[in-house]
Ligand binder design. Structure first.
Ligand code: HEM
Ligand code: HEM
Ligand SMILES: [Fe+2]
Length: 504
């Protein structure tokens, strides 16, 4: 017989209690954003897997949810969950960083529900309606047809409104409380980030013009404004996690921001090689985008140096682990994998092959998924009552360590599989067959390509396993923990022994 009392006792023991009183106003809102982000992350992986299965068995779910739909949901879910994570992270530290309460928390709450409602409707329309006739009604109600930001026009307007509320809360709260280097950079960056979204809303029947503006959102987001945003988030979290000095993280932040904008803005040109824009973009795009890895190296040096100075002692090991994974992932995925195909002489052969998908996976995961996961751990810790999350966790930390291993192994495995497919395509389709229609199909049927698609599927399953373990860990880590978090004061940087307090 099933013993209900014992079972519920076990569940209680595993999941413990979460108490919102441990959180300030902004943090209560942040955890809502984090929860939706995590759900969308899992949805992203699910639809990625469906699309990957279709590469191997093209008839799978044909006419029900086609590849184009799965792919669209996969990458839109990604962009949206990352935005949720970023908004949540900023709300997370807004009150502490400004030293005051958020000016329009109620509006922030309303915006959260409006945004989430809109996301649910958009996904349902993607899945159930899927396509419409090529007219304005489709653009307004079904799908705008711009990769990554396909949301229909009504949702765009909703998103802009929600971003305005968010911006008001950020700028207004800092203005009421106090400003810092981090908050100044962050606020200016949010103006740029939200402003660029508008560039994706121009409408033109000329594909060159349309793509020209669309890249302002996509490239200038991920290679400029999002990078600066994660720079701010990393600076703040290094202070919290290892007690890094504000003066030091801010100096790094300024250097990184200057380099990032310096190379990232004109680096935009690497998307203008083949879309019908003037020839000078070859030189501009090739040169400036080749410099883009430089700030990413700076970020690795910055985080490792700071963590090293503090002997890798941290208030939250999983979060620090993911911050370090972020700096390496950003450097490898964006810097190295981006650099590989950014010169026009090389891009001529690699453009639009699986090479791009290889880079797309490692960069988005390495630069942005990782740092969001770090914040999920910070949230879990505080929500439990700021409990111990150092080395010797109750379960020895096997869940966070294994989920981290599986996720990184899975994404790295997919990345390598796609890179092999990309090499093969560049070689057979482009170099040997001269970019012909027949060349395209010859490349798609080569064993190296076919096998790579299978391996991508295998490593996709590994990635999903990692994400499921991560979800389990986030729900249970710190449950029943009685030790309080390590206390690290910024000024006692190299103080002899960490202090461990025990909760009553
Ligand atoms: C975290 C930052 C970055 C992210 C998230 C990212 C993501 C992506 C994605 C998803 C694509 C494919 C776009 C499409 O669907 O057409 C792409 C294309 C590209 N990226 Fe990045 N990227 C980043 C940074 C970089 C950097 C730093 C470089 C250069 C050093 C770079 C070079 C390129 C190039 C050349 C392409 C065009 C590929 C083609 O011709 O098909 N990226 N990037
Ligand atoms: C279960 C794991 C995953 C699987 C099976 C998977 C599968 C796929 C597939 C089949 C595509 C379409 C590729 C094409 O059009 O040729 C795709 C695109 C993409 N995926 Fe994933 N994916 C997974 C996880 C991820 C993760 C974790 C990220 C980043 C955080 C990501 C980011 C992307 C991006 C940016 C694209 C567009 C690439 C481009 O346009 O070049 N995916 N994925
Ligand atoms: Fe780019």
């Amino acid at each position: 017989m099933l013993n209900i009392a014992a079972l519920s006792g076990k569940i209680q023991e595993a999941f413990g209690a979460l108490d919102r009183h441990h959180l300030n106003g902004g943090q209560r809102l942040a955890v809502k954003y984090f929860a939706v982000a995590m759900i969308l992350f899992l949805a992203q992986l699910l639809f990625g897997l469906l699309a990957a299965i279709q590469f191997v068995w093209p008839g799978f779910l044909f006419d029900l949810v086609d590849f184009s739909v799965n792919r669209m949901v996969h990458i839109n879910a990604m962009v949206v969950w990352m935005l949720y994570g970023f908004i949540g992270s900023v709300y997370w530290f807004l009150e502490e960083e400004s030293g005051t309460e958020i000016v329009g928390l109620k509006w922030g709450e309303i915006a959260f529900y409006v945004l989430t409602g809109a996301v649910v409707i958009v996904v349902l329309v993607y899945l159930l309606i899927q396509t419409g006739p090529g007219n304005d009604a489709t653009r307004w109600l079904v799908n705008e047809g711009r990769e990554y930001i396909e949301a229909p026009r009504w949702a765009d307007i909703g998103i802009v409104t929600v971003m305005l509320v968010f911006f008001y809360n950020v700028a207004g709260t800092f203005a009421k409380g106090r400003w810092s280097g981090i908050s100044g950079v962050l606020t200016l960056d949010l103006v740029a980030l939200a402003g660029l979204y508008m560039a994706g809303m121009f409408y033109s029947t000329n594909v060159t013009v349309d793509q020209y503006w669309w890249w302002w959102v996509i490239h200038l987001w991920v290679e400029a404004t999002w990078e600066v945003l994660v720079g701010c988030i990393m600076a703040w979290s290094l202070m919290k996690l290892i007690g890094a000095r504000r003066r030091i993280v801010q100096t790094w932040l300024y250097i990184e921001v200057a380099l990032m904008f310096g190379s990232g803005i004109l680096g935009l040109g690497h998307h203008y090689f083949w879309i019908g824009t003037p020839d000078y973009w070859f030189t501009i795009g090739g040169f400036f985008s080749a410099l883009e890895p430089v700030p990413l190296v700076a970020m690795v040096v910055h985080s490792i140096y700071d963590a090293g100075v503090h002997r890798f002692r941290s208030t939250n090991h999983p979060a620090l682990g993911w911050i370090i994974a972020h700096t390496f992932g950003n450097f490898l995925g964006a810097g190295v994998w981006g650099f590989m195909h950014t010169l026009p002489q090389i891009n001529l052969y690699t453009h639009g092959t699986q090479w791009s998908a290889s880079h797309g996976h490692l960069s988005f995961f390495g630069a942005y998924a990782t740092i969001n996961i770090a914040f999920f751990y910070l949230a879990a810790q505080r929500w439990r009552g700021n409990v111990w999350m150092g080395g010797d966790l109750k379960d020895n930390g096997w869940k966070w360590k294994w989920s981290m291993i599986l996720l990184n192994l899975g994404v790295m495995g997919m990345t390598v599989a796609l890179l092999i497919a990309g090499y093969e395509q560049s070689f057979i389709e482009r170099a040997v067959e001269g970019s012909t229609w027949g060349g395209y199909f010859a490349a798609q049927n080569q064993p190296w390509f076919v096998q790579a698609m299978l391996w991508r599927l295998v490593f996709g399953v590994v990635t999903l396993a990692g994400a499921l373990l991560l979800t389990w860990d986030l729900l249970t880590i710190g449950a029943g923990e009685t030790r309080l978090a390590l206390v690290l004061e910024p000024e006692e940087e190299l103080a002899a022994e960490p202090t461990v307090a025990v909760a009553k």
